[in-house]
Design a protein around this ligand. Structure first.
Ligand code: NAD
Length: 428
């Protein structure tokens, strides 16, 4: 089929490349000309494993990009809205970009005679597709629902493994108001070995939030248990290894550490809190999930203060800036509050990430960025490990160049190294 993808960020670019790989013809739309030029040149605008190969293979053939909505709508049968849904200053969902994309799609639909389906793939709070997107499309196109189709198809991919996840999903959810639109969207995935869960748009929206809120809850739960274990001199990883053997619990997302970040978990849990409050429900558990998460990074700095005393003038190495390994994404990375607190305490911060130095330098320009761990550690009074990059697991002799060989591990990366290194785990 012919598909247009609105918004070429992480979700949009990966979806576009993977739909092309499944044999569809894809037009990408973005307001950022630079991204459009990169995609047309077959270059990935973001770092994602497997994405460069797919773009190189399909760009200029089954995959094209433009800033022209009308062209994209005219040359496709289905449009996916994949734009960002950030949080507003109160933590609630900011639908401004979704509304702008919906208006543009509506305007472009006005002169189109053929049936077209609009699919919301962005993560939006329940009721958004029906009560926000649909009315905007109707208003701007002058058409009514039925003249065009509307559906909600949440995305569950993990950054870093996004291409793999798209091609090997464990669930595909399609929420639609009518069968015709839902059938069309479901058929786009027929090349994948996965059953499609069919439902209405608001349930599809809620499935996405419940999924992320549950995973975030497991992490905060693991951190709470980890914090208690630490005080009691118990290794929380030993505890969770045993607990996770219970088939009702499982091993995943029980790793205590510096907390969750990224573009999804923090904002999605906060958006769900916002939606619940809007309808008069106080989500006590979800609020605690966020609060525990926001306290974890400070625990790293507290350990540092307990060990070094006054931090002013000290040089601290921060290893890992991305919110997790295998991505260059620093959005809501737990290293941001840690670096901020260090800088506020007059620390000289020396940092390194295999992928995310550049992105983090847009947030902190007063940090020394290095090209490897050894340079970062040189002369440092302590080292904080903030991201679970595999290469940090191998670190050993590199610590020898530190002024004081104090390593505070926020991600359970190192088996306590030799005696001459002072190793402290955040929760173990
Ligand atoms: P992103 O910020 O990486 O990309 C959004 C893109 O939309 C940008 O390229 C931007 O230039 C473009 N854009 C902005 N306004 C536009 C407009 N009016 N018309 C066309 N393009 C416009 O966002 P993302 O991380 O890909 O997330 C997109 C959505 O998917 C969000 O709702 C997010 O919560 C959800 N989601 C993200 C992930 C993830 O891992 N990143 C996973 C699942 C779901």
């Amino acid at each position: 089929m012919k598909i247009s993808i609105i918004g070429t960020g992480y979700v949009g670019t990966v979806s576009a490349a993977c739909f092309a790989e499944l044999g569809h013809r894809v037009v990408c739309v973005d307001i950022d000309q630079e991204k459009i030029d990169l995609i047309n040149a077959g270059i990935a605008p973001i770092y994602e494993e497997g994405l460069p190969e797919l773009l190189k293979k399909h760009a200029g053939k089954r995959l094209n990009a433009t800033t022209d909505y009308e062209f994209a709508v005219r040359n496709s049968e289905v449009s996916f809205i994949c734009v960002a849904t950030p949080q507003d200053p109160d933590g609630k969902i900011d639908l401004g970009i979704v509304k702008a994309a919906s208006s543009s799609l509506g305007n472009s639909l006005k002169n189109k005679k053929e049936y077209h389906v609009i699919v919301v793939k962005s993560t939006v709070v329940p009721e958004t597709t029906e009560k926000v997107v649909l009315p905007i499309i109707e208003k701007h196109s002058g058409k009514h629902h039925g003249d065009f189709g509307i559906a909600m198809n949440p995305e569950f991919l993990r950054e870093g493994k996004a291409v793999y996840d798209f091609m090997h999903p464990d669930k595909i959810v399609v929420g639609s108001l009518d069968k015709k639109a839902g059938d069309i969207v479901a058929s786009l995935y027929s090349g994948l070995e996965c059953e499609v869960t069919r439902t209405n748009p608001r349930t599809a929206e809620m499935i996405k939030y419940t999924n992320n809120a549950f995973l975030a809850t497991r992490i905060s739960f693991a951190n709470e248990i980890g914090n208690i274990c630490k005080e009691l001199g118990i290794d929380t990883y030993e505890v969770m290894n045993a607990v996770g053997r219970d088939f009702r619990i499982g091993q995943y997302f029980l790793n205590a550490g510096a907390g969750f970040g990224g573009s999804c978990f923090p904002k999605d849990v906060k958006a769900l809190i916002g939606k619940a409050s809007e309808i008069g429900y106080e989500p006590l558990l979800l609020k605690s999930v966020i609060e525990i998460n926001e306290r974890q990074p400070s625990r790293m700095v507290q350990i540092l203060k307990n060990k070094l005393g006054k931090l002013s003038g000290k040089k601290i190495a921060v290893l890992g800036l991305a919110f997790k390994n295998d991505t260059d994404d620093v959005r809501e990375s737990r290293s941001i509050p840690v670096i901020k607190e260090l800088l506020d305490n007059g620390v000289k911060v020396s940092a390194y990430d295999p992928m995310a130095n550049e992105n983090m330098s847009r947030i902190f320009n007063n940090v020394q960025y290095n090209n490897n761990a050894a340079d970062t550690l040189h002369g440092a009074d302590a080292c904080l490990i903030m991201t679970e990059w595999d290469e940090f697991r191998e670190l050993d002799k590199e610590f020898n160049v530190m002024k004081r060989k104090l390593v505070i591990d926020g991600r359970h990366m190192l088996t306590p190294p030799g005696k001459d290194i002072e190793y402290v785990g955040l929760c173990w």
